[in-house]
Structures are given as structure tokens and as C-alpha cells.
Design a protein around this ligand. Structure first.
Ligand code: KG4
Ligand code: ZN
Length: 340
């Protein structure tokens, strides 16, 4: 079954055609980052307006690149949650219009389940059950994936998501938006043990995360340096970036491995924008080897937002009977363990 997938949850207008949840026939992404960079973050109204302008062009290209006609499409999938509500509504209403005119089923997809499905594209033999660490701009979750659409949340962040912490630290270090990749670049020139930063725990919830205290420590560290009447040196920026990155990655990987151990799970996966981070991949890779676990990580090209991952997850949602009718709404937040 060929699924046309649409993704407009944040600052990427994307469309893709995916066959049977695994084979990507086309994937087109229009990134708005350059425009949002001017404001140091995503401006929701600008995002919605750009989606509105780009969605037809991007979808036409995805259909053309796949070499299919609209009649060969079996269903239209769309990210229905979570994300910027105005941005989501552009994609959802566009998908509904297509479904109405083509008389095809509509398959709503949870964006975070899409990130997990990026792994199904890269690893043709990866099947649930497995345990997944999902780290994006809005989420830090440890989930047990019992089936393609059967999720159990084992741990989650109580405040900032990992990606959000990277972005905020980048901002205080004077690095551009989106911060994660720039923090990683700066960290490459620094020493991860240059500064000792806290690893906050959530009492009674060993697999939950809390990153706001860590972020505040970095902000205080920077303020203390600036209070001496000077700007940060390049060496200080690199050292703080490296220490922050090392601390976040140790927290994420350590709690994930402990959760996997308690749940006796040896099949592990990583997902979400932060999974592009080389240090996180390195630390997880060596912990997985030491513990005799298989570790699946999406290729860098599928770590960020794209529509191919939405098309992949949509296939399994469709098989499990999760198509929606045309009253479907979009949601800024929605539990990852609840199907639409
Ligand atoms: O999954 P994603 O593309 O969008 C959301 O669904 O949120 O994740 C974006 C997040 C941003 O916070 C970005 O700074 C972070 O992923 N990110 C990274 C890296 N690349 C992207 N964080 C750390 N290291 C990276 N290399
Ligand atoms: Zn995402």
C-alpha cells in the first residue's frame, strides 16, 4: 500500500510517499529555519503561513518524485499532534481536502510515533517489541513499544525536553538557532569534563528526567563569567558546550539503559531530533555493546522532521484500524501511548 504523508507540525513543510511502511518512494522537505533564525526560535504564525504557501508545491513534488499518480495512493497520512496548533491545522486540513476529493482514508499520526518509525525505514527487519529513547525538541521519553501502535511510557521529562535544553544553552552561549547542532559543533572543540554540572533526579521516578536545573546551572555559570565584565572566550564556550552535552548524554543514556535492564529488554532504539547527536550515539553505542544489547539508530537524514517517517508509521496505524473520519481535529499536545 502506498501512503502519501504530510508533516507540518513545526517549521518543516514535508510530504512523502511510502510503500508498506518501509520503502520511501519520495520525500520532500521545505525547511523554514533560515527565516525563524532571525527571531532566535520558531514564530508560530510565520510557520503556519509558510506551510500554507508551500504545502501544494511540496506535495506535488513528492507525488512526481515517487512516479505515482494520486489514484495509486491508498491513504493520506498526516501529523495530527503534537506541535504548533496553527501549523498542524494547515497539514490536517490539506490532507482532509485530498481525502475528500480522492475518496481515500485519512490516517492521523502522532509525530513522536513517526520519529520512532524512522527506524523501520532504515532497518527492514526491526519489529516491536523494543525499548525506545525518544529525544526531540518537545519530548524526552523512555517508551516500551509492545506493538507498532501499542506504547507504554516508562519515563518522561518533568520540565524541559532534551532538545529544548540544547536550544536554550545554545542561546545563552550566543550560538544560532536551532541550537543542538551548534552546541555539538562547539563541544567538539572543548573538554566534556571542564565544568561539573548537576544531574538532577526525580525522587521516586528513576526513569524520569528533569533538565531545567541543569539548564539553570549553565545560565548561572555564564552569568558569573559575564559579571567579571567580559564576554565568554571561545575556549569557555567550547568547554561549557562540551560539559553540558556530556552531562545530558550521560543522563539520557544512563536512565535508558537502567530502564531497559529492569524491563529485561535487549532490543533498543533511539529516535527524535537529538538522536543526531554524535556523543549521544557514541555513549549509547558503547553501553549497548557492554550490556549485550542490539541498538537501532536512525540515519542522520531521518533524525530531524520529515514526512517519510509519518508515512511509515501511518501504514501500521492503518493496519491496526486507526484511520479517522473527516471530523478529525489537531492537538498541540497528545499522549504518545493513546491512539487517535
Ligand atoms: O525531532 P525534532 O527535529 O523536532 C521536534 O519534534 O521537536 O527535534 C528538534 C530538536 C531541536 O531542539 C534541536 O536543537 C535538536 O533536536 N537537535 C540536536 C541535534 N540536532 C538537532 N540536539 C543535539 N545535537 C544535535 N546534533
Ligand atoms: Zn520532530
Amino acid at each position: 500500500m502506498k501512503i502519501l504523508a504530510i508533516e507540518t507540525s513545526c517549521d518543516e513543510t514535508a510530504a512523502a510517499v511510502v510503500k508498506d511502511g518501509r520503502a520511501v518512494l519520495s520525500s520532500v522537505t521545505f525547511s523554514q529555519i533560515e527565516e525563524h533564525k532571525l527571531y532566535g526560535g520558531v514564530v508560530p504564525e510565520i510557520a503556519s503561513r509558510r506551510h500554507t504557501e508551500q504545502i501544494v508545491k511540496v506535495t506535488r513534488k513528492a507525488i512526481r518524485d515517487a512516479g505515482v499518480s494520486l489514484n495509486e495512493i491508498g491513504a493520506v497520512a498526516v501529523t495530527a499532534a503534537p506541535g504548533l496548533i496553527g501549523a498542524l491545522l494547515v497539514g490536517l486540513n490539506f490532507a482532509k481536502g485530498l481525502c475528500l476529493s480522492l475518496d481515500k482514508p485519512l490516517v492521523p499520526v502522532h509525530h513522536i510515533r513517526g520519529h520512532v518509525a524512522a527506524n523501520y525505514i532504515h532497518y527492514a527487519d526491526l519489529k516491536p517489541p523494543f525499548m525506545c529513547l525518544i529525544v526531540s525538541g518537545g519530548h524526552s521519553h523512555i517508551v516500551k513499544i509492545h506493538g507498532y501502535t501499542d506504547y507504554e511510557v516508562i519515563g518522561r521529562t518533568r520540565d524541559d525536553a532534551a532538545g529544548e535544553a540544547f536550544d536554550k544553552v545554545a542561546r545563552v552561549l550566543g550560538l544560532p538557532y536551532p541550537g543542538g547542532v551548534h552546541v555539538e559543533k562547539a563541544a567538539g572543540g572543548g573538554d566534556g569534563s571542564a565544568y561539573t554540572l548537576p544531574k538532577p533526579c526525580v525522587p521516586g521516578s528513576p526513569y524520569d528526567f528533569s533538565f531545567s536545573g541543569l539548564k539553570t546551572s549553565v545560565i548561572n555559570l555564564v552569568h558569573r563569567i559575564k559579571q567579571t565584565g567580559r564576554e565568554l572566550s571561545a575556549a569557555e564556550i567550547n568547554g561549557i558546550a562540551a560539559s553540558f552535552q556530556q552531562t545530558v548524554c550521560e543522563i539520557l543514556a544512563g536512565r535508558f539503559m537502567a530502564a531497559a535492564d529492569e524491563h529485561r529488554c535487549k532490543k533498543l532504539a533511539l529516535a527524535g531530533g537529538v538522536s543526531a547527536n554524535g556523543r549521544l550515539r557514541e555513549i549509547l553505542g558503547s553501553l549497548a555493546r557492554e550490556n549485550g544489547c542490539e541498538l537501532y539508530m536512525p540515519p542522520l537524514s531521518l533524525c530531524g522532521d520529515n514526512a517519510a517517517m509519518i508515512g511509515a508509521q501511518a501504514y501500521f496505524e492503518y493496519l491496526d484500524g486507526h484511520a479517522a473520519d473527516l471530523r478529525m481535529n489537531a492537538y498541540a499536545t497528545y499522549p504518545v501511548d493513546k491512539s487517535f
